[in-house]
Design a protein around this ligand. Structure first.
Ligand SMILES: Cc1ncc(COP(=O)(O)O)c(C=O)c1O
Length: 400
């Protein structure tokens, strides 16, 4: 059977590969310390589960849902943006519920790009910006993000590429480095997008996973940004709803309209009970301190892990946001060999940085959405392996 040529451009999906490795080890009877996938360890709030249960028995919800998404959810999203960012959004035209933000991100490229078009894509990054671009037949132009700030250098993008580009993906707080930006950065990115007539996107997946006030501003806080900007939000992380599949796209009405055209052709809406639960989540999330418990726990786990690496000579700062520690591989290894070393010698599962792009090759990503006992168990196992194999950081690139 012949498949589409575009599949040849896609590397195997990183997390599917890691799942296979985990399965293989587990079949051999190994107990693993898994720190690879960012899927919150705590369950979804009982209130959301109860809403789902109540709504699921309503026959009205057994029909095809509305393409526009549930009005209550769109209204709750507008209230959310008003509360957290002082941004006004029209729930009719500027908010679109999605079957997960990953799906929406991939479909945005279908909506905005034709074969031969260019999208500016950060590297390292969540893989879907690049793969969505490739599936649309367009060309990703890589913006390397390097230590210590992991910011794109707009001046390094050739002028003709900038002029030709139609779309730019950014993601702050950043998976995998944990880097954050301030509003001045968003203003600069917006000015660049304006100058070059580019649709600018922030994937705000870690909007609420930030450990200090003011470090995860919305791109839409930039005055006039709705002229050409879009932001994605996911319920997966902040509300422990990864399995529910719910996200939002918010911002420029024309871009939302284009994305909705693709969604209507490919999807048939989102089960209403899930959207009711999402609306409740957004309302609950307005309460002061709602995200504090999770964030304290994530920060504690990140502090434990960075402390471990620093005790072996690394110089890692504790990230101020996200659930990731982005760790340069030790001397004599790259990210892939370090991943295999950790798996074989410590039974610890991390993600090789190469899965996030070329710039990630020297790194591994360690994720702390696992119970603290797992993080502590992994540290104990790594301590034995590091001591036995005399692991030391690369002298030339041991800061992150
Ligand atoms: C930056 C980023 N965007 C999007 C997603 C996907 O979120 P969702 O579960 O809404 O598809 C993830 C998941 O890890 C992510 O890290």
């Amino acid at each position: 059977m012949k498949h589409a040529q575009k599949l040849d451009h896609l590397a195997p999906y990183l997390f599917a590969q890691i799942d296979e490795l985990i399965e293989k080890k587990q079949r051999q009877g190994k107990k693993l310390w898994i720190l690879s996938k960012s899927d919150p360890d705590r369950p979804t709030n009982p209130g959301m589960v109860e809403t789902l249960r109540e709504q699921a028995v309503e026959p009205a919800n057994h029909h095809y849902p509305d393409f526009d998404g549930l009005k209550q959810l769109r209204q709750a999203a507008a209230a959310w943006y008003r509360h957290y960012y002082d941004v006004t959004l029209d729930p009719e035209t500027e908010i679109l519920p999605l079957l997960g933000s990953k799906e929406g991100i991939a479909h945005l490229s279908e909506a905005l790009l034709d074969p031969g078009d260019i999208a500016l894509v950060p590297d390292p990054a969540f893989p879907t910006y690049k793969t969505g671009t490739l599936l649309a037949g367009a060309t990703p132009f890589t913006m390397p993000l390097t230590a210590p700030d992991f910011l794109p250098r707009f001046d390094n993008i050739p002028q003709e590429t900038a002029r030709a580009a139609k779309l730019m993906f950014l993601n702050y707080p950043h998976n995998p480095s944990g880097a954050t930006v301030d509003l001045a950065f968003w203003q600069k990115a917006f000015d660049f997008a304006e100058e070059n007539d580019i649709v600018l996107v922030n994937d705000h997946a870690y909007a609420m996973t930030a450990f200090r006030p003011g470090i995860a501003p919305s791109l839409l806080m930039v005055p006039e940004s709705k002229k050409r900007c879009l932001e994605f939000f996911t319920f997966s992380k902040a509300f422990h709803m990864a399995g529910w599949r719910l996200g939002l796209a918010v911002g420029n009405a024309e871009v939302i309209r284009a994305l909705k055209i693709i969604e209507t052709h490919i999807n048939a809406g989102i089960f209403n009970p899930i959207q009711y639960a999402g609306a409740l989540a957004l309302r609950q999330g307005l309460r002061p301190g709602f995200f504090q418990r999770d964030n304290r726990e994530y920060q504690r786990r990140l502090t434990l892990l960075s402390g471990f690496f620093n005790s072996y000579g690394w110089d890692l700062a504790v990230p101020e946001a996200t659930v990731y520690l982005w760790v340069p591989a030790p001397q004599g290894m790259d990210g892939d060999t370090f991943t295999h070393f950790l798996l074989d010698k410590a039974e610890v599962v991390v993600s090789p940085g190469s899965g996030f792009g070329e710039e990630g090759k020297g790194y591994v990503r360690i994720c702390v959405t696992y119970p603290t006992e797992v993080v502590e168990g992994a540290i104990e196992a790594m301590t034995k392996a590091f001591s036995a194999y005399r692991i030391t950081p690369q002298p030339s690139r041991y800061t992150a």
